[in-house]
Design a protein around this ligand. Structure first.
Ligand SMILES: [Zn+2]
Length: 631
């Protein structure tokens, strides 16, 4: 069996976990689950880094010993991971015996490598970073660029690791293995650092008391990063369990946020080279999250309300949104309004309604899953697309493109929805057409079963719900078409993504009180009579598709379902909306406007929008039946 070892950083335990930690951990979880469902022997590590001056200081300020403080914080992390359905195999604490023993062996080996020496160090130090800035990196204002606080001039006796000796070996590593650091933007950054020359780094502190004592000099405490990085091997039982250690090491992926790649992609491999251990295969870094366009900041109260959003939308919607919305490696802007839109459009509408509809038709017309006896139009297309999706998913996962991975699954989901429409399966109730109906419903359920397997790395709870509703008692992770057995009793089909109460959603909206700036308005028009107004026929419709109009960047071609019929409307909103946020939106449409041809496309009506600097669609405050008159 192939092994797959994936890690998150061990998070620094001087505060509670935030959405950035959750993002790394969810992304790593998706990879771990993907490899597990594909039959690999996976080991997934996360944990907390509990040593160092910062933790000592924070604990003291709160009236605790550092150990007491760490003991309080660790469960806050593990509880969050439980809530987010994280499937880690170990939660490593650097205060654990397992780590302490392993680090002892590691530091001894490092010392014996001959690349450790004692010296004096004087330099500019950032306490939150817990690092000295090399001379050429000290900013002119002597302020940490990440923390915006003045650097301190610190002088002490330290042990050093001869990092400079490894410059050429690291450069060779980067050129032999171009994907050692992913994405390229990070790799290039680090390559610049490497090319401009490395200085030796101090690996101990004599002024710090909370940490691990150097085995070769009890007067010194291991520098917190030197204590932390080897967690990736100590977690495998580096000192005691040779078999386990060698079956998983080297790690396939060290996943992290971009600001700590330098430690992982320069210092860590150099130390491993020194002690003669194999190097991790890949260092993978993602970008930072912002919130509604602003950098997260504790002091300014800009944070992502994980608890609130998980409570409103469920943990899978939160996981889905983070993985679907952001392009991995780049910074991503977390917007509760987008989470809401994705929940409604992708999860409730595309996926939830499909399952519900198919189960509803099946329950109404059959006792159990029928056998696919009567093939017909589109069947092969569904089967082929399902198989293609499995392949493209694998390619996207290998490239850490979670957004494209999920999009490819959604292409399949939307195709199955269209299959239901194209075949008009609900009309095939007569005795002579019923075998065909049974076949179509079988195909839909089989597609949904396979979709649930493909989705399981990303939204595992939903995947299980889908299979339970299909009537499978044990999760069936076989993705071969036709594995679904006939004769299974399906469930009644409760919605897997119930509509989110709009009142709750408003709460999240009001948390960011956006005072719309008064803008220079158009003068109010002349009065019209009431009978003039009554001539307008305004109705509620729902956008069921949105496509670009060829040769017109501003225009979208919308299909709007108004109950009895579907209207095609051309709207100049392409700069403000993407098609996937529009689908599933209820809108107000003028239905008795004379049809017009815009860029060779017929427009049968007009949808209402507030139109100023930006364009915002007018939507009903709560969901209403399609075709409802607006007066
Ligand atoms: Zn700093």
């Amino acid at each position: 069996m192939k092994t797959y070892y994936i890690t998150t950083p061990i998070y620094y335990a001087n505060g509670e976990p935030h959405a950035g930690h959750a993002y790394t951990t969810i992304a790593a979880d998706a990879l771990a689950r993907y490899h597990r469902v594909n039959g690999d022997d996976v080991f997934y590590l996360t944990g907390v880094d509990e040593h160092g001056a910062n933790i000592d200081k924070t604990a003291e300020s709160k009236g605790y010993s550092p150990q007491e403080y760490c003991d309080m914080l660790a469960p806050i992390f593990t509880n969050l991971w439980k809530r987010l359905n994280i499937s880690n195999d170990i939660f490593l604490r650097t205060t654990s015996d397992l780590h302490k023993r392993g680090i002892h062996k590691f530091l001894t080996a490092l010392y014996e490598s001959g690349d450790v020496y004692k010296g004096h160090y004087e330099g500019y130090y950032c306490r939150p970073c817990e690092r000295f800035f090399p001379d050429k990196e000290i900013p002119e204002d002597k302020t940490c660029p990440d923390h915006k606080i003045p650097l301190e001039l610190v002088k002490e006796e330290n042990y050093f690791f001869r990092l400079s000796k490894y410059q050429d070996k690291l450069l060779k590593l980067y050129s032999d293995q171009p994907d050692f650091v992913y994405p390229d933007s990070r790799r290039n950054e680090l390559l610049n650092v490497l090319e401009s020359g490395l200085e030796d780094i101090s690996i101990s502190r004599s002024s710090v008391s909370w940490g691990i004592t150097l085995p070769f000099d009890p007067e010194h405490i291991a520098y917190v990063w030197i204590d932390a990085l080897p967690n990736y091997i100590t977690a495998l039982g580096y000192d005691i369990d040779d078999q386990k250690f060698h079956s998983y090491w080297p790690a396939n992926v060290h996943m992290m946020a971009k600001e700590i790649t330098r430690f992982h992609a320069i210092i860590w491999p150099a130390m491993l080279m020194a002690i003669g251990l194999p190097l991790p295969k890949q260092i993978v870094a993602h970008g930072w999250l912002t919130k509604d366009g602003e950098a997260l900041s504790k002091t300014r109260g800009i944070f992502i309300d994980m608890d609130g959003d998980i409570e409103t939308y469920g943990v899978d919607a939160f996981r889905y949104y983070l993985l679907r919305e952001f392009s991995f490696g780049n910074d991503g802007d977390y917007r509760p309004a987008r989470l809401h839109a994705r929940y409604n459009a992708d999860l409730a509408n595309d996926l939830g309604n499909l399952l519900n509809r198919v189960l509803g038709l099946l329950n109404k017309n059959f006792d159990a899953i029928p056998s696919p006896t009567t093939p017909g139009e589109f069947d092969d297309e569904i089967k082929t697309l399902t198989e293609e999706t499995i392949t493209s998913l694998d390619e996207h996962i290998k490239a850490f493109a979670f957004d494209s991975a999920l999009e490819s699954i959604w292409v399949l989901i939307r195709r199955v929805n269209r299959y239901v429409q194209q075949t008009e399966v609900w009309t095939l109730t007569k005795p002579e057409t019923k075998p065909r109906m049974g076949t179509i419903l079988y195909n839909c359920l089989e597609a949904l079963r396979i979709i649930s397997v493909l989705l399981s790395p990303f939204i595992p709870e939903t995947s299980e719900k889908i299979q339970l509703q299909i009537g499978l008692k044990n999760f069936d992770s076989d993705t071969n078409w036709g594995n679904l057995q006939e004769g299974i009793l399906v469930s009644k089909g409760e919605p897997i993504f119930p509509r989110v109460d709009l009142k709750k959603e408003e709460k999240t909206e009001t948390m960011k009180p956006k005072q719309a700036k008064p803008k220079s308005k158009k003068k109010i028009s002349e009065n019209i009579s009431f009978s003039d107004f009554q001539k307008l026929d305004l109705r509620i419709g729902i956008i069921i598709s949105a496509e670009p109009v060829e040769g017109a960047d501003r225009l979208l071609k919308l299909q709007v379902d108004i109950g009895d019929e579907t209207r095609q409307v051309v709207a100049g909103i392409a700069e403000h909306y993407t098609s996937d946020t529009l689908i599933g939106q209820q809108v107000v449409i003028v239905v008795n406007l004379e049809p017009a041809t815009i860029r060779n496309v017929e427009s049968q009506g007009m949808i209402l929008a507030a139109s100023g600097e930006s364009v915002v669609l007018v939507t009903p405050e709560a969901e209403v039946p399609l075709g409802t008159e607006v007066r």
